[in-house]
Design a protein around this ligand. Sequence first.
Ligand code: HEM
Length: 451
Amino acid sequence: MFPFSSYSNGYILTDFKMIKEAFSQKELSNREGSEKQSQEIASDRAFIGLDKKAHEILGPDDQLIKNGPGNFIGIGDGPYDAVHKSFRQMWFDTSKRLTGKNRMIEIMQQSSSSVNEILLREGSKESGMDPKRVFMNGTMNVITGFAFGNTMEFDDPVFKEIANAVTTIFKFFSVSILKRTIAGKVPSWVTRNFVYQRIWHSFLKERNEVVLKFHEFLHKQIVNHRIDLDKNNPRDYLDMLLIAAEKEKRLGYDVVVATVLGIYLGASDTLANQLSWFCVTLADHPEVQEKMYEEIIASLDNENEIKKENCPFTRSVLLECQRWNPVVDSLLHRASEDIVVDGVFIEKGSTLQASLTAVMHNPANFPEPEKFIPDRFYKNGEFVNDVKVVSFSIGLRNCIGKQIAIDEYFIFTTNIIRDFRLSRKSKSMKIANHRFLRIPEEGHVRFEKRN
Ligand code: HEM
């Protein structure tokens, strides 16, 4: 049974075949969420003042205000229904447009250069630095490009505010989920009670303030996007959402905010930690760095760009780092109907989670799974992918940002190896105490400039 789940039956899936079968069923591709929890979110939002803010900034004539707040469910939450499928479709359409114009790669390269400038400035000293915060900025900058079409300087006060909002929301994640779980178990009149809300607000004050700021920031983005919105030529994900909201009335103003916030949460800490694991691993393996460096330099094209297809060993190292130190298991899935999967009866309302780490550390899938073997996926001079490296989960509800993450991971890491030699004093590969993410406890690395 999950301590944070409001449902009584809980399953942890550890077998690749079972996960694949289970997560390809629409009945098992829903997130948690009950009617009572939605009511609680609604009264919580009114208490924080989110609705008032939306009306103030967007104004009564805005289509989103006409649609109302919606069901408070963004892309990472709620049932696997028509609205969720449309989020996914819009995502792929945005990706195609931006990738077609090569805009995403351009944004990733710009963010990667800004990251390397900071690593040089702050991480080249003997003492080194923990690069996690810088990686957070880099990944958030890329997602800003995807969502709003523009990027920002890391020291822009608005950008700092978004970064602070995301970090603070993560900090209060456990408490927020506990609150939501309690709401699923107690009568609604309790959660609507002003004193009850005041008590929770005193615990969550800091988080509620940044949530309000994030909503404000997003509403202003919507107003700006509306000025030159071309319905036949959406520029970014927000444009897609605004156009879709004209026909799909369930896309209310809060659903749009929850979706964009969900993307920031999904995109930032996960990838930033994967990049941190990469740095500590490579710092401990200088011979692997050298081999990667030589391959990367040899792969450069006339425009000095690193050619992925000419880097099979590097790709093997990157995949092995992901396998060796995965950052997350799946999010929780909920059964919307009774269903039998691989001979196992799963009752409606049960909660399921896939232990992706179990799959990637199963000796039947990967011999000597606890060892870092850089050329595990490098066979006869070729990179050979393995579908059992399931960091992004599988099935209908898998990580929607997978392709962005893979491209970004390649660009950031190869630019780091091209520019720096990595080393560190601590050899610890211990995992920090964190409820949701697998984070290196000791992330300090020195980034020494290559000549
Ligand atoms: C190393 C980087 C990343 C890892 C390991 C990762 C992993 C995951 C996993 C395991 C899930 C849950 C899938 C499930 O429950 O079955 C997920 C969901 C999600 N991820 Fe990622 N992710 C990464 C980066 C990103 C990026 C860069 C973005 C955005 C650009 C993103 C956006 C999302 C969203 C929106 C969801 C929720 C999808 C849904 O509920 O339908 N992730 N991710």
